[in-house]
Ligand binder design. Structure first.
Ligand code: ARG
Length: 467
């Protein structure tokens, strides 16, 4: 697919009627979008076939011309798919590259295809179709990631790990519960994707340059043929709107933020100091100098890709914010942002899905860490409230003293002798030891959405039914 960059000075064959000479080389370079919008070839051809079919149905062009156009467009589709199409930068963009080739293939009938449309509604159509397909793909990929987490959560519904706040040991939780937190996050991302598909499901074609057209077109017919719910309702908005692209980018940015938090946890968990998980060889790399190392490069790159995605969102918001209605050429800059973010997001979801599926979970390390750091202190306080009738604030204070004592003795709460505990508060009995283990702690947290294995299993069942 060689780009033809020769600078001939003849005027543009598509719109050059009023121009005496061709563009300056720099003009051509800044103006051309074919380098990236050739990605839209399939959508462009599909849109043109639907448009030509509608024109013939409405008697605006003859059936004979329509047949030639459709045949020619299908030929171009296979030429591009097989790599036998020469894209030309002089022809600016995908729309004019396809139309010029059509003219070579079928002659004058090609000139009738652009009746009752403009590149403004054409590009809005092509790009919407592309973003819609990308959103559908994102939905499937998120479903795969959610499934990976559901499997790990099921496997580890009872595995105890430390739960953190401020990255300090807080209370014991189960690894299954922690996995289900990500299911909630990616589940929200998936529902944002579904809403975005609904929002953009309107066909722009037929808005023409900005004002609609005097030809008796049927926009409902093209909308239906292209799989849209209905046509857009305002021709000015149609050609000046890029909300669908910005929505895609904001969804990608939020999902990217989730993926990046997961990546960060995996980076931490896989350090020798934590040792909670071991990444598979398939998702880690070695060091060229330190033979002992196994680096979580894929997780780190997922964390970094999020920066690119955020950049794309801010770029497109900034491109759009000052534009008067309707179309301005600034809008041509929308595509690279979306294409780049889509590629990053796909890679990030795929990498995280693989990592989550493949990683080895070290339940012994997790359990040992869960018991350290006085993680069952809240359980002691709750026991004092429940069994000894103390107000929670007093129980908190008593527990604080027990923690301080354990700390000074260099032992866990559960290792303090009963006499020590009773010296702090007389109401404490040996029954207290039942709640000081991490297993008892997690099993007791049966509140809706809590970390008890029984609750985690309920949430797994909920999400499995929801898929
Ligand atoms: N390549 C252009 C874009 O991506 C197509 C629309 C051009 N429209 C125009 N009035 N020049 O936005």
């Amino acid at each position: 697919m060689a780009d033809d960059t020769t600078d001939t000075k003849s005027s543009n064959q598509m719109w050059g009627g009023r121009f005496a000479s061709g563009p300056d080389a720099i003009m051509e370079e800044i103006n051309a979008s074919i380098g990236f919008d050739k990605k839209l070839f399939a959508q462009d051809i599909r849109g043109s076939i639907a448009h030509a079919t509608m024109l013939a149905h409405q008697g605006i062009i003859t059936t004979d011309d329509k047949d030639k156009i459709v045949h020619g467009l299908n030929t171009i589709l296979s030429e591009i798919e097989s790599g036998n199409f020469e894209f030309s930068r002089q022809l600016e963009d995908i729309h004019m590259n396809v139309e010029a080739r059509l003219a070579t293939l079928i002659g004058p009938a090609a000139g009738r295809l652009h009746t009752a449309r403009s590149r403004n509604d054409q590009v809005a159509l092509d790009f919407r179709l592309w973003v819609k397909e990308e959103l559908q793909k994102t939905e499937r990929m998120l479903t795969g990631l959610i499934a990976a987490f559901l499997d790990r959560a099921e496997e580890h519904a009872e595995s105890v790990m430390p739960g953190f706040t401020h990255l300090q040991t807080a209370q014991p939780v189960t690894f299954g519960h922690h996995c289900m937190a990500y299911v909630e996050m990616f589940g929200r991302d998936r529902s944002r994707v579904r809403h975005a598909i609904e929002h953009l499901d309107e066909s722009p074609i037929g808005a023409a340059a900005l004002a609609g057209t005097g030809y008796p077109i049927d926009r409902h017919m093209t909308a239906k043929a292209l799989g849209f719910r209905e046509p857009t309702r305002n021709s000015i908005d149609t050609v000046s709107d890029r909300d669908f692209a910005i929505e895609f980018l904001s969804i990608a940015a939020i999902a990217g933020m989730h993926l990046s938090r997961l990546a960060e946890e995996i980076v931490i968990w896989s350090t020798p100091q934590f040792g909670f998980v071991r990444l598979s060889d398939a998702f880690s790399t070695g060091s060229s100098i330190m033979p002992q190392k196994k680096n979580p490069d894929a997780a780190e790159l997922v964390r970094a890709k999020t920066g690119r995605i955020n950049g794309s969102l801010v770029a497109l918001l900034t491109i759009m914010k000052g534009l008067p209605l309707a179309y301005s050429k600034d809008m041509q800059e929308d595509k690279e942002q979306v294409f780049d973010a889509a590629e990053s997001l796909e890679l990030a979801i795929a990498a995280m899905t693989g990592m989550v599926r493949d990683m080895t979970v070290n339940t012994a390390r997790m359990k040992a860490a869960a018991g350290s750091g006085y993680s069952t202190a809240t359980d002691l306080a709750d026991w004092l409230v429940r069994e000894a009738g103390l107000p929670f604030r007093d129980a908190h204070h008593v527990t604080g003293r027990a923690v301080a004592l354990a700390e000074s003795k260099g032992c866990d709460l559960a290792e303090l002798p009963l006499s020590d505990l009773q010296a702090i508060h007389a109401a404490i009995t040996d029954k207290v030891y039942d709640v000081l283990t991490v297993e008892a702690s997690v099993a007791s947290r049966k509140s809706f959405g809590g970390t008890a294995p029984s609750e985690v299993r309920k949430q797994i069942a909920f999400w499995r039914a929801r898929n």
